[in-house]
Design a protein around this ligand. Structure first.
Ligand SMILES: Cc1cc2nc3c(=O)[nH]c(=O)nc-3n(C[C@H](O)[C@H](O)[C@H](O)COP(=O)(O)OP(=O)(O)OC[C@H]3O[C@@H](n4cnc5c(N)ncnc54)[C@H](O)[C@@H]3O)c2cc1C
Length: 498
């Protein structure tokens, strides 16, 4: 399979219609107008077929965990796309579902007018189902394009069982894939789309906050002030990280800190919604650190963890997260998305066995969903992490691991803990509903990990983490002081069962 073929995934056997008015790019996951393989392929098809290109970006009301927080972030991205499309000359149709203007059937109607439909290949949440449903109903070709990572996911082998399993495969594919990255400035197709009528009213995107406020979605999950969605904000975030965070990344990425001290990139929500592409981030890291010589490094260091991307320790450390660890979740989902419904289908045998062995162990504390959600446990550090998540839509990377581990220890059953974590993460986190949401949570239960000694109550041989050790390892004062300034979650009337 060639590199470019590996990005394309045909979702039905229908033909390309010669009578179609336009090529339709249905933007679902890569919500941006540059550095986007789906857009590049749609432009190529439009030029080859001699048809105009229409870019359709929609936002429905009925996705799971639909809230003012998620909606506003997406709408801000749509506003950026509308502005950019106008500037660049693309025909861009933004659709925001309202009670008056339902989404049902709209896409099928648009597809019926198109020569073919290009969409994003994203291996998680509602996107695979939505794409498959259109492909089933439509008599036009529907093709999904993989713009998820630098290397096409289908060239990275089977579902990985560890990061070390996937890393050498990424390194082997990287140099060639990086040479063939998507266009930084895509060119509008030659054929005029200005006379084509959308068949629905465009959303007024001038004030995303006002628009989100009017819609029937969950308004208890508030938009995060100062956390703006869209490509413009994503670029500002990247710039700040390259200047302040990247130079200290290897040493400080795990330190819990207030957002004023940039340690991590904070890019995961933008990556999740496709407001920025990973290729652009990787390129910018190379430009900032000057450390990449593709062919030589590819040959000499393929498969080795350190030094693959050059001599810069921080760049290597960051790219190992942004490529290896991020891709672990995506590749695993490509093959095993259907298994995320429960621990029984998702976990390796050893992890299930050890959890079963300890299923009847006495739990030191047991909390229910309302107590978790309102950050009302006995543990101030756990409560701080949950409070950060509920108020800011983000959760510090190291604390996120601790946050997950403790829910396992203090829930009635591992399965209940899993469902609690999926719910909290996907409801509050801006980067939730992503392949790495599920695999990050499943990692807490042993996925991609190995058995650890000694056997512990409840966790058995699953890797253990404790708040006491975390407090010894890091200076938590500034972080905890900052969290104390955040609004408290709605209810704090928790009872613990010892
Ligand atoms: C319980 C749990 C839940 C998680 N849920 C999510 C989630 O919903 N969405 C999500 O994107 N990530 C999730 N992660 C992974 C990780 O916590 C976040 O990707 C990271 O904290 C994002 O912060 P950042 O953008 O500052 O990361 P940086 O440190 O700046 O890293 C750059 C990018 O690399 C990727 N990355 C970094 N760390 C990891 C990791 N451990 N695993 C996979 N990819 C990584 C992310 O795309 C990130 O934006 C979860 C981890 C755990 C333990």
């Amino acid at each position: 399979m060639t590199l470019n073929q590996a990005r394309l995934h045909r979702l039905n056997d229908q033909p390309i219609s010669k009578d179609g008015q336009f090529v339709l790019y249905w933007m679902q996951a890569q919500r941006r107008l540059a550095h986007n393989h789906s857009l590049d392929y749609a432009i190529k098809c439009a030029n080859e077929l001699g048809k105009p290109l229409v870019i359709y970006e929609g936002l429905r009301l009925d996705y799971p965990w639909a809230s003012a927080r998620i909606h506003r972030f997406i709408l801000e991205g749509m506003r950026d796309n509308a502005l950019a499309a106008k500037k660049l000359g693309f025909t861009y149709w933004p659709f925001v579902e309202t009670k008056k203007q339902p989404a049902r059937g709209l896409l099928s109607r648009l597809a019926a007018r198109a020569a073919l439909v290009i969409t994003d290949d994203f291996p998680c949440f509602i996107i695979p189902g939505q794409s498959a449903s259109l492909a089933r109903l439509s008599d036009r070709a529907v093709i999904a394009v993989d713009s998820n990572s630098v290397a096409p996911l289908r060239l990275l082998g089977d579902a990985p069982y560890a990061a070390a399993h996937l890393r050498p495969k990424i390194h082997r594919q990287f140099a060639e894939a990086f040479e063939h990255r998507s266009a930084p400035k895509p060119k509008v197709p030659r054929f005029d789309a200005s006379k084509i009528i959308p068949g629905f009213d465009f959303a007024d995107l001038d004030d995303p906050a006002l628009l989100a406020a009017k819609l029937p979605i969950d308004h208890s999950v508030l938009p995060v002030e100062g956390r703006v969605g869209g490509s413009a904000a994503a670029h500002a975030q990247l710039k700040a990280f390259l200047k302040k965070g990247l130079p200290i990344y290897a040493e400080h990425r795990s330190d819990p800190a207030p957002p004023s001290e940039i340690h991590g990139s904070g890019l995961s929500p933008y990556l999740h919604f496709g407001h920025i592409g990973i290729e652009e981030i990787v390129m910018s890291v190379f430009e900032a650190t000057g450390g990449y010589a593709p062919v030589r490094l590819h040959l000499e260091n393929a498969g080795k963890r350190e030094g693959f991307f050059g001599d810069d320790r921080n760049a290597n450390s960051f790219l190992d997260e942004a490529l290896t660890w991020r891709d672990v979740g995506y590749v695993w989902h490509l093959h095993r998305r259907q298994d995320t419904g429960s621990l029984e289908t998702a976990l390796p045998k050893w992890a299930l066995a050890t959890l079963h062995l300890h299923a009847r162990d006495k739990r030191e504390f047991v909390y229910d969903l309302a107590q978790w959600e309102s950050a009302a446990t006995h543990d101030p550090l756990w409560n701080a992490a949950q409070r950060e998540l509920a108020a800011t839509g983000g959760i510090h990377n190291y604390l996120r691991m601790l946050w997950g581990k403790k829910v396992i220890e203090w829930s009635r059953t591992p399965e209940e803990a899993y469902q609690t974590l999926v719910h909290l993460n996907n409801k509050y986190a801006l980067d939730g509903r992503n392949p790495n949401s599920y695999t990050g949570i499943l990692w807490c239960f042993g996925l991609f990990d190995r058995p650890w000694a000694p056997q512990r109550p409840v966790l058995g041989q699953i890797r253990y983490m404790s708040s006491a050790n975390t407090a010894k390892k890091f200076k938590l004062g500034a972080y905890l002081d900052w969290v104390a300034t955040l609004p408290a979650p709605a209810s704090t009337s928790a009872k613990t069962t010892a």
